[in-house]
Design a protein around this ligand. Structure first.
Ligand SMILES: [Zn+2]
Length: 115
């Protein structure tokens, strides 16, 4: 369970930003996670709720978006997103060369809505 560590990091960043911009209340935070993240959404939501209690982000909505893995061809630069990583064809549909999978397990704060 490292979701709590991640959520603490995220919260520190958003509360810091809010303070610097003299924001009273954060109402929505958008987070993007990498295609190969092992972060569990329900735990992230749970920790977000408990960690934001009594802060400027209390009651804020957490919008999580998981990026899809991207299949990329190094030969012709053709790229496409995929849903199912287990059933992908690594042969490029354009030039026939072998493609590679692009994705990571990072997370990124996209933006936040404030009032
Ligand atoms: Zn190709």
């Amino acid at each position: 369970m490292h979701e709590i560590t991640v959520m603490k990091d995220i919260l520190r960043i958003i509360l810091d930003t809010a303070k610097k911009n003299m924001v009273k209340r954060i109402i929505k935070v958008r987070i993007e996670t990498g295609a190969f993240t092992d972060l569990d959404e329900s735990w992230m939501n749970r920790y977000f709720k408990s960690l934001t209690a009594g802060t400027a982000a209390h009651g804020a909505e957490l919008a999580l978006e998981k990026l899809k893995p991207v299949i990329s061809c190094r030969t012709c630069s053709y790229e496409y997103e995929t849903e199912n990583i287990d059933q992908i064809d690594l042969q490029c549909p354009v030039c026939g060369n072998r493609c590679s999978i692009i994705g990571d397990s990072s997370f990124r704060i996209v933006d936040m809505e404030v009032i």
